[in-house]
Design a protein around this ligand. Sequence first.
Ligand code: ADP
Ligand code: 5GP
Length: 193
Amino acid sequence: MTSSNGSIMLILSSPSGAGKTTLTKKIQQKYQNFKISVSHTTRKPRSNEVEGIDYFFINHEEFKKRISNNEFYEYAKIFDNYYGTARNSVNKLLKNNNNILFDIDWQGTQQLSRFKELKLIKIFLLPPDKKELENRLIQRNQDNIDIISKRLKAYDNDIHHWSDYDHVIVNDNLEHCFSQIEKIILSEKNNAI
Ligand code: ADP
Ligand code: 5GP
């Protein structure tokens, strides 16, 4: 993978429920040249999720086949499911000179960081505290209590990975967090000129 055309690749990672999906969608809406990299996953779709928009939903066997065909730039097993970034999806976006938004975890971020030629901006989002994270996971109203407690349990390990990132932002007030991300994007764009 090369981004010699200067495309920005913005990675947002966080403990589950901190606000990555909300923020990547907000960035894409405001900045038309940023497109979300749609991942493949073996997780079952949530009631509000759309095939090809939120994820490409495939089964375990299909995912394994794609791993052995080397079809992913990165992939990871998270909460008992596989998630991965397909080479052809990203290459298509790069061909069209898009900037790319990745909503991926710390394992995927480490794998993409090995492509030294990429212009990655790595942002780690934190919730204000664990209790608020729990509230958000409950209010999202998309996962059952077992899944929510698995995600909360992962929090203590997830947050250790903040130091792999260029920026760490607390997503307390959504608009404030968004404007901090915008500042980072604009400063990277200016540096590229
Ligand atoms: P993630 O993609 O990181 O798992 P989501 O974007 O799905 O998280 O956000 C989890 C829930 O928290 C959603 O219901 C979302 O609307 C809500 N949320 C996101 N950011 C904030 C915020 N700053 N304040 C309050 N609720 C938020
Ligand atoms: P969710 O099930 O809430 O949509 O996502 C669970 C976790 O998987 C989140 O941390 C999300 O960022 C991560 N994730 C989603 N897609 C990918 C991917 O393609 N690769 C990796 N490594 N993580 C992903």
